[in-house]
Design a protein around this ligand. Structure first.
Ligand code: ZN
Length: 294
C-alpha cells in the first residue's frame, strides 16, 4: 500500500545506475545480435505460484509437457537449423527430469541458472541465497555444469541478488528491460556487477501463446506474433543492437508455436548481418572489448 512514508523512502536516483551500454562492434561480419535463449521452468512455473499446485495434476501437466514433448521438439528444431542456444533451467527441473537436462547439454547448448524452485526474487526474501545455492548444486551434481549465466525467475531482481550473483561468480545476467545492447551493472557500493544481456517482453512467448487456468491470457496466431518479432528484429538490426528471446518449451514446444518459431528462426538465419548465438558468447565478446578499452 502506498502511504506518504513509503513514498518518501523512494531514493531520488535511478534504480539502475549502470553507465550507458558501450558502443563496440559485433564480431565480423555481423552488425547485430540475437541471444537465443529458453527458460526451462517445467512444473516449477506452476509450483512457484502455489506449492499446492503439485497436487493439481492438470496444472502440473502444462509443465510436464516440457520433458515429454516440448524440449525434445525444440532440440530437434535447433539441430535442423544448426543453431546453438542457452537454456536457463531450474534446479528442480534438472532433478525431476535429468534425462531432459542431459539431452540439452549433450546437444551442445549452454546451461544457465534459473533458480531452484523458480521463486520470484522479492526484497527481503529469506530464500534468495538458498535458491541460488540449490540451483548451483543441482546443475553441478546432475550435469557437472558451473553456469556463468543467470536469468531471474519471473524476471525480477533485487540489489541483494545482484550482489550475491557477483559473489557466486556469475558472469552475465539476462533479465533487465532497460537497454538494447549489453552493459555492465554497477552495484550500490560502486563495484562492477554482472554483464547484462537485456530482454524485452515482445520476445517472451508466454505473453502471446500460453493460456491456462492460473495464467489466463489471449493466444495470438502466428501472423500476429511473426509481425511483432520481425519488426522488432529488423529495427534492432538497423540500430546495430541485440534482441533476446525468452522462450518456454511448454509454450514454444507446442505444435502451432513450434511452426511459428521455425519460421521466425529461418527468417533470422537469412539475415546475414545477424549473429545468432548463446549468452556466453555475447558476454565473452563484451569482455574482450571491455578489456581492450581499459
Ligand atoms: Zn522462468
Amino acid at each position: 500500500m502506498l502511504d506518504s512514508k513509503a513514498l518518501a523512502s523512494i531514493p531520488l536516483i535511478p534504480a539502475n545506475t549502470a553507465p550507458p551500454a558501450p558502443d563496440y562492434p559485433w564480431p565480423k561480419p555481423y552488425t547485430s545480435a540475437m541471444f537465443l535463449s529458453f527458460d526451462v521452468d517445467a512444473e516449477t512455473a506452476w509450483t512457484s505460484k502455489d506449492a499446492l499446485h503439485a497436487q493439481r495434476l492438470i496444472t502440473m501437466s502444462y509443465g510436464g509437457y516440457e520433458a515429454r514433448v516440448g524440449t525434445p521438439k525444440l532440440l530437434e528444431l535447433l539441430d535442423q537449423l544448426d543453431l546453438k542456444a542457452t537454456f536457463f533451467v531450474t534446479g528442480w527441473s534438472v532433478d525431476a527430469h535429468p534425462a531432459m537436462a542431459e539431452a540439452i547439454l549433450k546437444a551442445g547448448h549452454e546451461i544457465g541458472h534459473h533458480g531452484y524452485h523458480h521463486l520470484l526474487p522479492d526484497p527481503g526474501d529469506p530464500w534468495i541465497e538458498e535458491e541460488l545455492e540449490r540451483g548451483f548444486e543441482a546443475l553441478k551434481r546432475r550435469l557437472g555444469v558451473k553456469p556463468t549465466g543467470y536469468r531471474a525467475p519471473y524476471g525480477e531482481f533485487t540489489e541483494e541478488l545482484r550482489v550475491a550473483l557477483v559473489r557466486h561468480g556469475i558472469v552475465y545476467t539476462s533479465s533487465f528491460r532497460d537497454d538494447v545492447r549489453p552493459y555492465r551493472h554497477r552495484l550500490a557500493d560502486g563495484r562492477p556487477g554482472t554483464i547484462e544481456l537485456p530482454v524485452t517482453a515482445s520476445y517472451d512467448d508466454w505473453m502471446h501463446g500460453l493460456s491456462a487456468r492460473f495464467s489466463p491470457r489471449p493466444i495470438f496466431p502466428k501472423e500476429h506474433v511473426l509481425s511483432i518479432w520481425k519488426d522488432e528484429l529488423d529495427e534492432v538490426r538497423d540500430w546495430g543492437a541485440m534482441v533476446t528471446t525468452v522462450l518456454h518449451p511448454q509454450c514454444s514446444g507446442r505444435p502451432m508455436r513450434l511452426r511459428l518459431l521455425r519460421e521466425f528462426l529461418t527468417y533470422a538465419k537469412s539475415c546475414s548481418d545477424l549473429w545468432i548465438t548463446t549468452g556466453e558468447a555475447i558476454a565473452a565478446n563484451f569482455r574482450s572489448h571491455e578489456a581492450a578499452a581499459t
